[in-house]
Design a protein around this ligand. Structure first.
Ligand code: BG6
Length: 532
């Protein structure tokens, strides 16, 4: 399937602009605001998705003036916006930046914020609507929410809304997630609470729903009758960088699994929702989480693998072990890699394992979902030289090289019956071009529009932690004895391969080319499944 022969699909990125509002960013002096939020909001402005009546109020401890805040934003934007900065739209944008400095624990900060919001309302006519974005360290989440409540800043009127976006991590285990939900629920209704998971901002993740439910040929085979197993790989080349302080308290399981990876799994495994309404989608996602077979301590030992990277070589360069990274203990037991086998006990999926793995300092950055279909019976080919058939595989590449490919068997031309695996390959960039973005644009826009579909409901967060809590408990009780157990630049510890070998399966090599492979032109390729 060659894209150049196919019509280019025109993009229609423009929706209607959001209604009047102010957006308050707590933690405006931090990295997330600088690298992601301000550039994402600016990209929305460039796409004409922001209202005229709009303002941003940065809040953080740094004693900036409004002018300082504006000049810093101007100095940073070209580096982080991922697309050229247009002077006219930047000028429009920068005039709408305001700033309040103070300590998040101090009630006076909220008085000042209240005054600034009134001033903003007068100057930009934001009509009293306000989106509070908590881009702070997690310890401040309950504090800021509570203070906002005390200051009356979360109270909605008949025609005005107040919403709060809470960043990840939402709790660090099940009890703390329940506690945080409770603290937030004391001040905000569920409708006002937007728990963000940036994976849901990725177009390819959103496309999972379109792919599954807008194509009549997919859904009928999307079940245990046809699917052998599913693999989800979220591999990063990056190490822990300068985030050792946070990562030491989190580790790979907390950092990636109950949030990003469970989003990928629930969207892949859920039943068709009755509509795209947030509750309809969330109701189906939560059923998947609740159907995951609970991990008994024995199951944790057999079905979950942890790893930590040692030193290694990446791109020809020596890289240090996790334990030698800044802010990491020299005898750290924090996992930087996790692999697990999940069973979803539903009518659709019973008996189909979902294998997941994620790690830092792996051989290549790739996020991929692989649907491995069942092998057909060989009877038809008994009297030929074909001795095995490669099962069909559907590979959904979330990042990079966004796209979808389906492998199938084809007859290799010639008098003998020989088979080779070939691919049908769809690359996003061939059809839709690339739209430079931070991944936060859609999520911020949806908050302004009041659409929580791409956010996590309280019960989803708790259901996710419920799945991983037994693993956290067993791993805490039994510290690892073999760390570091994989070299930087590899695909993780040998035990993770064992996890699949035991079931007669293996991880798909994520670096395997997804493009058109014609077996006949690649006679030495392993995918040619013939006796030679
Ligand atoms: C974050 C994790 O939520 O996701 C990071 O805290 C991780 O440790 C990041 O690197 C991965 O996101 P992405 O979009 O680069 O796959």
């Amino acid at each position: 399937m060659e894209a150049p022969d196919t019509p280019h699909v025109e993009q229609e990125p423009q929706g209607t602009p959001a209604g009047p509002c102010a957006m308050v960013i707590f933690g405006a002096g931090g990295d997330l605001a600088k690298r992601m939020l301000i550039p994402a909001i600016y990209n929305l402005a460039k796409s004409k998705l922001l209202p005229e009546q709009f303002a941003i109020v940065g809040v953080s401890i740094e004693p900036f003036s409004i002018d300082d805040f504006r000049s810093r934003a101007t100095a940073n934007i070209s580096e982080f916006s991922k697309s050229p900065v247009d002077p006219e739209s930047w000028d429009w944008f920068v005039k709408r930046l305001y700033y309040v400095s103070g300590d998040f624990r101090d009630p006076k900060l909220y008085e000042k914020l209240n005054e600034t919001l009134s001033q903003v309302d007068k100057e930009q006519n934001t009509e009293g609507n306000c989106l509070f974005y908590l881009a702070t360290s997690p310890e401040f989440f309950p504090i800021v929410v509570q203070q906002l409540g005390v200051a009356g800043l979360t109270t909605e009127g008949n025609h005005t809304w107040r919403r709060v976006v809470i960043e990840k991590p939402f709790g660090h285990d099940l009890p703390s997630a329940i506690e945080l939900n409770h603290a937030v629920g004391q001040v905000l209704s569920e409708k006002q609470t937007y728990r963000i998971d940036h994976y849901l901002g990725k177009e390819t993740v959103q496309n999972l729903l379109a792919f599954r439910f807008a194509n009549g040929i997919i859904e009928p085979v999307w079940n245990r009758r046809y699917v052998d197993h599913v693999q989800v790989t979220v591999a990063e080349e990056l190490g822990v960088e300068l985030r050792g302080g946070y990562y030491e308290t989190a580790g790979a399981l907390r950092d990636m699994v109950p949030n990003h990876i469970f989003q990928l799994i629930t969207l892949s495994a859920m039943e068709p929702p009755i509509s795209f309404d947030a509750d309809a989608v969330h109701d189906e996602q939560i059923k998947v989480l609740r159907a995951i077979q609970p991990f008994s301590p024995e199951r944790v030992l057999d079905h979950a693998v942890r790893g930590q990277y040692g030193e290694g070589t990446m791109g020809g360069k020596h890289t240090v072990a996790y334990r030698a990274e800044p802010h990491v203990a020299p005898d750290s037991q924090t996992p930087t890699y996790v692999a697990m086998a999940l069973q979803i006990d539903s009518w659709r999926w019973a008996g189909v394992p979902f294998y997941l793995r994620t790690g830092k300092r792996m051989a290549r950055r790739v996020t991929q979902i692989v649907i491995r279909f069942r092998r057909p019976p060989l009877v038809l080919f008994r009297k030929t030289s074909v001795d095995k058939i490669t099962p069909n595989e559907l590979v959904i590449n979330i990042q990079p090289d966004e796209g979808i490919s389906l492998s199938f068997e084809a007859k290799i031309p010639g008098p003998a019956v020989r088979l080779g695996a070939v691919n049908m390959d769809f690359q996003y960039s061939d059809y839709f071009g690339t739209t430079p973005s931070t991944g936060y644009e859609t999520l911020i826009y949806d908050c302004m529009m009041g659409d929580p579909t791409l956010f996590q409901r309280a019960d989803m967060v708790e259901a996710s932690w419920t799945v991983v809590q037994p693993v956290l408990d067993v791993w805490k009780a039994l510290p690892p004895r073999d760390f570091p157990n994989y070299a930087a630049g590899t695909w993780g510890p040998a035990q993770a391969d064992e996890l699949l070998h035991r079931d007669g399966r293996e991880w798909r090599d994520p670096t395997r080319h997804n493009g058109l492979q014609h077996a006949a032109t690649r006679p030495n390729d392993d995918s040619v499944s013939t006796k030679r």
